[in-house]
Design a protein around this ligand. Structure first.
Ligand code: NAD
Ligand code: SER
Length: 314
């Protein structure tokens, strides 16, 4: 169907598994190579090629790109917000050097496109809390947020200076049932479903009224593919696009879960992740993505909750 050969780095992670499967449907199984530092996620087994790869080893990455005839890279390997605060040096090193390795190789091998996700974590306490705009004050206070903001400007630099067609989305907290989350502040909104079904109770590490921007994984995968397939002239943002779907608090999602599991209970025991959540906006204005390439979310809180519970029960 196409001559594109895609390498997904970090394919065994929360987004990587679902994105790899979606890309294989579009581009053909053999044209999408999954790769990760850890072993292949069982959900990917038998669905297409897999290589073991460390994005920090630039030489080996370069060899793989040439050997496999790679034309596009989706770079998902990173350390997320909560884990990053526990090991700031490692988070900075992986999140920055991994990206620079990929951008350099993209430039040298003239790859057609690169995808690299940023995050709502670029925003800090001085950014607007509600409907945070695309362009505003951005002063992140986590190492993860700092690395994402710096990464956005490296993407812009490689586009402006070398013409690398690198595209990016500032994902909100992503909620999914297929693959486990990797150490973020928004992970509570996934744990709550598992605990509700297994224990009937959830001890939440954020306060009841902590509103955060969130999105169901099918919307995030669709947004990623729509951005990557948009004509080049439609892409006006070369740092990273704001992206939005739902905003809710732990109390609101627990009320929604109770509609399906009436005996479900929740209590609140905020830890160090509360400070991270407090530094982020509560909702995001993604009107630039809507205008440039037609972004529109499909899942609201109630549709997402029903779908999560239906699938986890299976
Ligand atoms: P994840 O932690 O679930 O997956 C990351 C994967 O990268 C893991 O499988 C890990 O083994 C792999 N990896 C780590 N170091 C590596 C290395 N040196 N070489 C190769 N692979 C390595 O993360 P995720 O949630 O899937 O996030 C993917 C990307 O999306 C990240 O850049 C993250 O910052 C971004 N993002 C995620 C969310 C979210 O809610 N999940 C929100 C905003 C942005
Ligand atoms: N879900 C991510 C995190 O909490 C946001 O980038 O780290």
């Amino acid at each position: 169907m196409t001559k594109e050969k895609i390498l997904v780095i970090g394919a065994s992670g929360q987004i990587g598994v679902e994105l790899t499967l979606a890309l294989r449907k579009i581009y053909g199984a053999t044209n999408v190579i999954a790769s990760d530092l850890r072993e292949q996620n069982p959900l990917l087994e038998g669905t297409g090629p897999y290589v073991s790869l460390d994005v920090m080893n630039k030489e080996m990455l370069h060899v793989q790109v040439i050997r496999q005839g790679v034309t596009q890279i989706y770079l998902l390997a990173a350390i997320l917000s909560a884990t990053g605060e526990k090991n700031p040096a490692l988070a900075w090193h992986l999140n920055m050097q991994g990206l620079l390795n990929v951008l350099d190789i993209a430039k040298e091998e003239k790859l057609t496109k690169v995808y690299w996700p940023s995050s709502i974590a670029v925003f800090g306490p001085t950014s607007p809390k509600k409907d945070c705009p695309q362009k505003t004050i951005i002063e992140p206070t986590t190492v993860y947020g700092i690395s994402k903001y710096a990464g956005e400007f490296w993407c812009n630099y490689y586009f402006m200076k070398y013409g690398v067609d690198v595209r990016s989305l500032r994902y909100p907290g992503l909620i999914s049932y297929k693959s486990a989350p990797g150490g973020g502040t928004t992970d509570y909104a996934i744990e709550i479903f598992h605990e509700a079904l297994e224990e009937g109770h959830y001890k939440c590490f954020l306060e009841r009224d902590t509103y955060l921007p969130m999105m169901y994984m099918p919307d995030a995968i669709r947004a990623t593919i729509e951005l990557m397939e948009a004509p080049k002239e439609k892409i006006s943002i070369r740092t990273s696009y704001n992206l939005s779907a739902i905003s809710f608090s732990p109390e609101e999602i627990s009320t929604e879960i109770k509609k399906h599991i009436p005996e479900f209970t929740i209590n609140y025991a905020p830890d160090y992740r509360q400070a991270i959540a407090n530094s982020w906006p509560q909702s995001i204005d993604d009107s630039v993505a809507a205008k440039d390439w037609g972004w529109k979310p499909e899942f609201d809180l109630s549709a997402m909750t029903k779908d999560m519970l239906d699938n986890l029960r299976k």
